[in-house]
Ligand binder design. Structure first.
Ligand SMILES: [Zn+2]
Length: 390
């Protein structure tokens, strides 16, 4: 049990939300329902820091997680996400003059962001990702390479990147300050690269009662203040900090500071405010349990989105397949035919809804609503669309 805040290292933390045992991997899909339903679980016991507002799973145990190939969380199949990524890449290229340079992406997956950096800025890309399962040999038409390793000072000295990006990694790391210190040592070895960090916004979850976004893979849910605290403690200075992607992502541009800076200003919420947010989330969970209990017998319902929100929704509601919800639609072809951790729904392509007589589709992320409505229309699927977020 961790009682000290992993971001500002103060001990004024308060437990506020217990969500029980959940699958330890939301972003691993399984090759059979039996294996999916036997997937390992771990407890989600959330505490909030009264000083910096950081939220973390105090029951997190890294030993339960070993990032194995099969980890798939690419969102680039969605046009909404792709246009977000293009805007992000264009901003970094413009603002920091990243053209005809070397760029590094840590936790790069199959290299979607690197591809954009190379395509739109004529850059050379180097990806690092120990969980990457695909080929590490660059195809003749891909201007980037991927190494199944952690990025270190040796790599930095050879590559000399002008930009190091690290998207949706820090929230998985048990000791974010230690992780960033290692990164600082590497970046220092090569000059003055800009660091771009992106994490899910912990503030957004408290404000919009984003219950489905607390997951075992994430130790940490950063606020602007707690992200600044870890960056400063590790010896980075923040150049810019903002929220994007409908407020769901917290983004920071930073660079190496001459020395470690002091922790951030106080921005924690009071204990009653955090508890009120937790009450609202539990109320929301009860309403969805009621919705599931009242589904007419024999009605076919599908979920849209096999990302972590969808997996947590199914598991927190205890909707084990094949009853109630028998499958989950996702646009990522790498997930098709595989099964969701815990509840065991099969993941299918949107085309599978054609002619299925589906009565209701539950969409996990409202930011995709118009895209999904258009997709259903194109497929000729006449169904009710319900948004589980916000
Ligand atoms: Zn804190």
């Amino acid at each position: 049990m961790t009682l000290t805040c992993p971001a500002c290292r103060h001990s004024r933390t308060t437990p506020f939300l217990e969500l029980g045992d959940v699958p330890v991997f939301c972003n691993v899909q399984w090759d059979s329902r039996a294996r999916a339903q036997a997937a390992a679980t771990g407890p989600l016991a959330l505490s909030a820091c009264v000083d910096c507002g950081h939220v973390f799973n105090r029951a997190f145990d890294a030993a339960r997680l070993a990032y194995a190939p099969g980890y798939e969380n690419s969102q680039h199949a969605s046009s909404v996400f792709r246009s977000y990524a293009e805007r992000l890449v264009d901003r970094l290229i413009e603002l920091y003059g990243i053209r005809d340079r070397s760029v590094v992406d840590i936790g790069c997956g199959r290299g979607d962001l690197l591809a954009l950096m190379c395509e739109r800025g004529g850059n050379r890309g180097y990806g690092f990702d120990p969980s990457y399962a695909g080929s590490t040999v660059a195809a003749s038409d891909t201007p980037f390479t991927i190494q199944r390793e952690f990025f270190g000072a040796d790599h930095a000295a050879k590559i000399r990147p002008s930009l190091v990006s690290c998207r949706h990694v820090l929230e998985h790391v048990e000791d974010p300050i230690d992780f960033l210190r290692t990164l600082r040592t590497a970046i220092e070895a090569c000059g003055d690269a800009v660091l771009y960090l992106e994490v899910p916004s912990g503030e957004e979850l408290l404000e919009s009662h984003g219950l489905w976004d607390y997951l075992y893979e994430h130790v940490s849910y950063f606020t602007a203040s707690s992200l600044r605290a870890v960056l400063n403690a590790a010896g980075f200075e923040v150049l810019a900090m903002r929220r994007d992607f409908g407020g769901q992502f917290l983004c920071a541009d930073a660079r190496v500071a001459p020395r470690a800076l002091s922790a951030a200003e106080h921005c924690g919420r009071s204990e009653p405010a955090v508890r009120a947010a937790a009450q609202a989330m539990l109320g929301r969970l009860d309403r969805w349990k009621q919705w599931a209990a009242e589904l007419p017998h024999g009605q076919t319902v599908s979920l849209w989105g096999a990302g972590s929100k969808g997996v947590m929704f199914l598991n927190l509601l205890g909707l084990a397949a094949p009853r109630r919800i028998d499958r989950v639609v996702d646009q990522n072809p790498d997930k098709h035919g595989r099964f969701v951790s815990g509840t065991g729904q099969q993941i299918v392509a949107p085309e599978a809804l054609r002619g299925s007589g589906i009565a209701q589709v539950v969409l996990m992320n409202g930011i995709y609503e118009s895209e999904v409505r258009g997709r259903l229309q194109d497929l000729g699927v006449d169904t009710r669309l319900t948004v589980a977020w916000p």
